[in-house]
Design a protein around this ligand. Sequence first.
Ligand code: C5P
Length: 306
Amino acid sequence: MMSGAVTVEAPAKVNLWLKVLGRETSGYHSLETLFCAIDLCDRIHVEAAPDGVALEVQGETDTGPVEENLVVRAARRFLHAVGRGGVRIRLEKRIPSAAGLGGGSSDAAATLRALNHLAREPLGEAQLLQMAIELGSDVPFFLSGSPLALGWGRGERLLSLPPLPERSLLIVHPGAAMATAAAFQALARHRGGDYQPSAQRYLLQQLTSWNEVAQFSVNDFEAVVPATVPAAAEAISLLRHHGAAISRLAGSGACVFGVFADDTAVELAEVTLRERGFAVWRARTLAAIPAVSEVRPQTGAPGPPG
Ligand code: C5P
């Protein structure tokens, strides 16, 4: 039986590079991407319970039906695999949804890590990775423990890279959401249905400094999302105008991010974009994915159930 409680921060990500290659027979598109975790985080608190999965969401409430929440799906899969116990989960939502920041995927990966810790690590890396793949495309990256990684396939084939020096970011919400499936459909239409993969032949040793990343940075969704969400295109050019070294759509959109070498520039960009009516968040790139930590019951207070 599981017992105790744990808490973990689930970080967002941006793709410093995102090439969408061919559509595979599975219906999914093959990608070539550079994932970078940032310190804009959701927080997940998991407490052992006799059975079942209960979820309470705080903060943003627009996270869809509880049964479809990736946190619940991840917890159910985990409990089914280990064949025991239940959990009560509190999700404190700060990462905007349908924004391209990987919030739901990160919550799912953090849930798997939290439950495995709570249950004293019964599942190995390969089993957790298989669950992550089935839960969603960005989940393996968040599970990998690496804050910077190249990803191929659906993002389940990963190569960890040494972290780059920390940088400040500005995340900008254009006021509209973008569902991942809709973004892929729009790109397929734009390219005329069946299209040829166009993998960029990059050299790994060229991705060892921010200058080199800035030189190679790309996001194929920028061909279509700004037409559906014009404010995203406006935010990209405002960030560039304010000195962002990299200014791109986040994942499949609709959020946008700027990477700044200079903290004064990021402050000015923040003021301007906020004045224009955009919701903005300051963030920093992460040097490590946050660890799961145990919550000790206070002395004198009754311990958690289970
Ligand atoms: O992986 P996730 O469930 O978030 O994907 C949502 C939808 O986006 C998929 O059902 C698919 O239509 C599309 N998708 C894709 N290729 C990917 C990832 C997602 O076509 N690599």
